[in-house]
Design a protein around this ligand. Structure first.
Ligand code: NAP
Ligand code: F7E
Length: 328
């Protein structure tokens, strides 16, 4: 039975990846931080087959201990401070976890695999935020990186460190440059989930409006369940490499609002949406849209859920959740 260790097990992608690997017969270990992590119960309930190990990406010795227990064939480094807006106010801690944390886990894997550098296959969760001020459209693996947020800068560090460990030590270390991917498990601070929760609550008469920032922002949004499949496929390749994972389509916040409100039968949402500069960012990324050709050709990966299907899935989930919470 192959074994895998996932950092970021309490996050959106950690849960989907754990489900995928358990279904494939893996022995799955998840790294969980803190003495009383509030999301432990969620992980235990959603993926009861996962064995939780305590550790933190900032603590090399905890990572070494986790590797010794899990004896993994594959390590998926999904742990990060991942909210871009937060990264401007907390640039230092974002750099330490999202950037230096990658060095810590790479170094732990290198030390653990000292007898055979390719013993463990390693996945790094890189991001389209690394493209920032985009240098070409669509963005592909060879596009020059120009990050526009402390989060993006930290991800660039982790991305190049992963490539450096592959080239320096012969590690099987791959980096997935994933564009935005969403789901009913998305954190409520991200715009898709913020909107799906608000629309559900508006439809149920629990609130009147939602306050957003830049409505002109555009993103290449896919479904997280599809994207963890690409992560796994990367680690099944004979050679480690880097891949863009995206839909190849871009949509605005306005289009997202159209679809979300349509899902609850509201055609004109103008009275339900307000704007507040507090949700604007010091710098925005430009036209983010990825070219997934390499992932399609080499990994045989294709997305299953399209943008309207994703928005409908999220709003329907939040209608159900908010109804239960409100006792309706
Ligand atoms: P997420 O829901 O925000 O999850 C982040 C995870 O990182 C959580 O489990 C969190 O644990 C953990 N974490 C935070 N600080 C840590 C630390 N010091 N040590 C160990 N773990 C720590 O993120 P996601 O959406 O699942 O994304 C997974 C990864 O892909 C992240 O690296 C993200 O940056 C990257 N990514 C995401 C997207 C996307 O659109 N979702 C796109 C590209 C790349 P706690 O619960 O304890 O805080
Ligand atoms: O913002 C605009 C905002 O916070 C999307 C992370 O997973 O994907 C994610 O980062 C857009 C931005 O995601 C609000 O200005 C408008 O242009 O949902 P988001 P993100 O910043 O794209 C990348 C690929 C990652 O790697 C990250 O980890 O939406 N926007 N109004 C707003 N965004 C938020 N959050 N809230 C608003 O009210």
């Amino acid at each position: 039975m192959p074994s895998a260790l996932i950092t970021g097990i309490t996050g959106q992608d950690g849960l989907y990846l754990a489900e995928l690997l358990l279904a494939k017969g893996y022995d799955v270990y998840g790294l969980i931080r803190g003495q009383n992590n509030p999301k432990r119960a969620l992980v235990e309930e959603t993926v009861p087959g996962v064995k939780l190990l305590t550790g933190d990406l900032g603590d090399l010795s905890s990572l070494l201990r986790a590797l010794e227990v899990a004896q993994p064939d594959e390590v998926y480094n999904l742990g990060a401070i991942s909210f871009v807006a937060y990264s401007w106010e907390n640039a230092r801690v974002t750099s330490e976890v999202t950037g230096m944390g990658v060095l810590n886990i790479l170094e732990a894997v290198r030390l653990y695999s000292h007898d055979d550098p390719a013993k463990v296959r390693f996945y790094q969760a890189s991001s389209s935020e690394m493209f920032g001020k985009v240098q070409e459209v669509p963005q592909r693996e060879s596009t020059l990186l120009w990050p526009r947020s402390p989060y993006g800068v930290a991800k660039v560090f982790g991305h190049y460190m992963t490539i450096n460990y592959r080239e320096s030590y012969g590690m099987h270390a791959s980096s997935g440059i994933l564009f935005n991917h969403e789901s009913p498990r998305r954190g409520p601070e991200f715009v898709t989930r913020k909107i799906s929760i608000a629309v559900a609550r508006i439809a149920l008469g629990l609130q009147d409006h939602v306050t957003l920032g830049n409505l002109d922002a555009k993103r290449d949004w896919g479904f997280a369940g599809d994207y963890v499949e690409a992560m796994w496929r990367m680690l099944q390749q004979p050679e480690a490499d880097d891949y863009v994972v995206a839909t190849g389509e871009t949509h605005s916040i306005g289009e997202l609002l159209d679809l979300a409100f349509q899902a609850v039968g509201i055609d004109d949402w103008s009275g339900h949406v307000q704007q507040n500069p507090a949700f604007m960012r010091p710098a925005e990324v430009d036209l983010l849209v990825g070219d997934p050709s390499k992932a399609q050709d080499v990994l045989g990966w294709t997305r299953q859920v399209d943008f309207p299907g994703l928005v409908k899935m999220m709003v329907e989930n939040d209608l159900e959740e908010q109804r239960l919470l409100a006792g309706k």
